[in-house]
Design a protein around this ligand. Structure first.
Ligand SMILES: Cc1ncc(COP(=O)(O)O)c(C=O)c1O
Length: 480
């Protein structure tokens, strides 16, 4: 068992035990809990910290750990009701009302919430620790920690060697991207937010694929932008409708995931790639290319198309590539690349928002991607993703054949399942959770009402394939 899950399991056990304690009661001493639950002192203190963060216990150094009182748990010690008025009276951001901003955050938080340990996670958007290069990350962190200057201030654009690495990684050998075209950002979400804010003013429309990643919709709304949907089919965004959308809205920005699109898994068809760039260029608009899943290619994939940014001399594309998906959600490092004066705009927004990305994380990334362990990890991951996809599809074929997707994905980490007309996807997801499997309802992936009911199934959030099969089995029970 890995550390994270043993902490979560112990926290869950202690949470149950707490029910039997009266308020303010002292918990048994640490050594008693360590012996009783057969865990290390570190695991125990992390589990206690989890409960303390949830407001369930309070820790008094030297005295012990106590069950929190009702007053502490609900946080009603003072009178915070004035905040309701203050928050409601706050001027809406770019014409977007505060309630919408809250709802947008809920969409993102849903994808970041870990289900309880007994629930099979077919919702998660990041690799389970079993799939992460944990040892290589640990070794890279240790080496980075020993580098002289690791804790000094990096250049605001990012470490030159890391920018160089991103330029090569994105553009390929002999590619057209230079290190000076790359900024190091704190993960994809941050890079997308910077791009949205740099390229469109509050109140402006931004064209987005429909469906699309809820975190993008949330970031756009938080920046005061108006997301305008452009439908996606099995070949990626519908370019005929993209041209119409530019004309109707006069938007200057389109956000696109050409590879292993989240949630549909679509890969932009070759003839549409050039079309997207031509249409955007004609509209005088930028294309933000969210290349989030390139390193989640499966071992049986055909050769991948290059990023749109690799074939873009005129600087239409602003490219985002994050390392979180293929390594760890905590390796919050991304390359944000662009050609031309727009780079200065991106740099300015990023510097004002957050100065720079912490140097130790940049140094760790350099150590990781520069070691043979990185290429080895990507190969192992590609094989594991292929096996997991095959396991889910096989389970679906046996249990829920009507939901099998027409084109099996060869990259990414998810399946987009069309439910029968008239199904209630939220009820389906809730019922699945009651059966012990977490799946994602499709609604938050659309800017407005969903055209049909969907579920998204992720196959990277479980320790292995057995849980995937069990998860699909539980889903069938829930849906029947
Ligand atoms: C399509 C897409 N883009 C970007 C992100 C942001 O990822 P990160 O900020 O971890 O790089 C996600 C995360 O789920 C995603 O699904």
């Amino acid at each position: 068992m890995n550390d994270g899950s043993s902490v979560a399991q112990l926290a869950a056990t202690l949470r149950d035990e707490l029910i039997r304690y009266p308020e303010g009661a002292k918990l048994p001493a640490s050594r008693v809990l360590v012996a009783r639950h057969q865990v290390s002192p570190v695991t125990l203190s992390r589990a206690i910290a989890t409960l303390a963060a949830e407001g369930l216990v309070t820790s008094r150094p030297g005295a012990g750990v106590f069950k929190a009182t009702q007053q502490r748990r609900t946080g009603t010690a003072g009178d915070v009701s004035w905040q309701e008025i203050a928050l409601a009276a706050h001027p809406p951001l770019g014409g977007v009302d505060p309630a919408t901003r809250g709802a947008g955050a809920a969409g993102v938080l849903a994808t970041l919430t870990s289900p309880p340990p007994e629930v099979i996670d077919l919702n998660g958007g990041y690799l389970h620790t079993e799939l992460q290069p944990e040892r290589a990350l640990g070794a890279a962190l240790a080496r980075a920690g020993r580098r002289p200057g690791t804790w000094s201030r990096p250049p605001v654009e990012g470490l030159p060697e890391l920018r160089e690495w991103f330029a090569r990684d994105i553009g390929g050998p002999g590619g057209t991207l230079a290190a000076s075209d790359v900024l190091v950002a704190a993960g994809g979400q941050s890079a997308l937010t910077t791009a949205l804010r740099a390229l469109a003013a509050p109140g402006a429309p931004v064209l987005v694929e429909s469906p699309t990643y809820p975190g993008l919709l949330a970031a756009a709304r938080a920046a005061g932008l108006r997301p305008v949907p452009v439908p996606v089919d099995a070949d990626g965004v519908r370019t005929d409708l993209l041209a119409q959308a530019f004309e109707a809205t006069r938007a200057r920005l389109f956000v696109c995931q050409p590879l292993f699109h989240n949630p549909t898994g679509a890969v932009l068809a070759p003839q549409r790639r050039a079309e997207v760039l031509r249409i955007a260029r004609a509209a005088g608009a930028f294309v933000v290319e969210d290349d989030f899943a390139r390193r989640l290619v499966h071992a049986d994939s055909p050769a991948l198309p290059l990023p749109l940014a690799a074939d873009d001399p005129d600087g239409v594309v602003v490219h985002v590539r994050s390392l979180t998906k293929a390594a760890s959600p905590s390796l919050r490092i991304a390359g944000l690349s662009a050609r031309g004066p727009v780079l200065e705009r991106l740099r300015a927004i990023q510097v004002v928002d957050s100065f720079f990305v912490p140097r130790p994380l940049q140094e760790t990334t350099l150590e990781l991607v520069g070691s043979p362990a990185w290429a080895k990890h990507l190969r192992t991951l590609a094989g594991a993703l292929r096996d997991r996809r095959t396991a889910v599809l096989t389970a679906l074929a046996a249990e829920l054949p009507a939901l099998l997707p027409q084109r099996p994905p060869y990259g990414g980490y998810h399946l987009w399942l069309r439910l029968p007309d008239g199904s209630d996807e939220r009820e389906a997801a809730a019922s699945a959770l009651r059966r012990g499997v977490a799946v994602t309802a499709g609604g938050p992936y659309f800017t407005a009402e969903a055209p049909a009911p969907y579920l998204r199934l992720s196959y990277v959030g479980t320790p292995g394939t057995a849980q995937l099969e069990d998860g699909v089995h539980r889903l069938r029970q829930a849906l029947s």
